[in-house]
Design a protein around this ligand. Sequence first.
Ligand code: HEM
Length: 221
Amino acid sequence: MSALAAINAAAVELLAYFTALAGRRRADPRDDLLSDLLAVSDADDGRLTQAELLHNLTLLLVAGFETTTNLLGNGLQVILQDPPAGDAVRDGSVPPSAFVEEVLRFDSPVQLTSRVGYDTKVGGVPVSARTGVVTLLGAGNRDPRRFANPARFDPMRPDGGPLSFGGGAHFCIGAALARLEGAVAFPRLLSRFPKISAAGEPTRRDTLVLRGFDALPVTVA
Ligand code: HEM
C-alpha cells in the first residue's frame, strides 16, 4: 500500500472511531473534553458543526502523538550523545522542565508551521493576505541573534523559550501537556535505566515538518 493510501485509510478509520465514540458520549456524557465539545456542537448554533467536531478530534489525537514521541526520542538522543546532560537530570542539578525546554529548542520536534490569511509585513516586506508564509521554527531556535552559542546544548541558558510550539492564535493547544509528559518521562527513564546507552546507528525519519527517529537503538544493561 502506498503511503498516501495508508494515510487515507487511517483517516477514514479515525473518523469512524470518533463517530462511534461521539455516539457513546452523546448517550452517556462524562466530565471530559469530548462531552463538552459535543454539547457545543449539538447546540447547533453554528459554532462547531459535526464535521468540524470530528476533524478537530482527529487533529487533537494526531497533533499530540508523533510530536511528543519525537520530543522524547530527540531528548534521548541528546542523552546518548552527551551522557553528562542525562546525569545532570538524574542527579537533579538540571530541572527536568529546563532539560525539556532545551531539547525543544535544540532539536525541535516540529520544524515548521505556516500562516495565510492576513495582510502583514515580515522584516519590512509586505505580505498580502493571499500569500502563504512558511515559518521555520527549527531555524529560529538556532538563531544566534536570539540564542547565544545556539549549537550548544545548555538547559540553563537564560535566552528565553523556544519557538517549537508556534505562536499567537494557533499556539499549540497541547504545549503544557507535552512539556509535562517530557518532564515526567526523562527522569523516570534515567532512574529506571541508569546505564542506558547507544547500541547502534540511529536513523532519522525522512520527513520535512516533523523531526524524529525511525530507530534509536539503545541498551539498558
Ligand atoms: C512536543 C510536542 C509538541 C510540539 C513540538 C507541538 C508543536 C506544535 C506546533 C508548532 C503547532 C503549530 C502552532 C502555530 O502554527 O503557531 C501546534 C499546533 C497544535 N498542536 Fe501541538 N505540539 C506538540 C504536542 C501537542 C499535543 C500533546 C497536543 C494535543 C494533546 C497538540 C495539539 C495541537 C493542536 C490541536 C494544534 C493546532 C492549534 C491551532 O491551530 O489552533 N500538540 N503544535
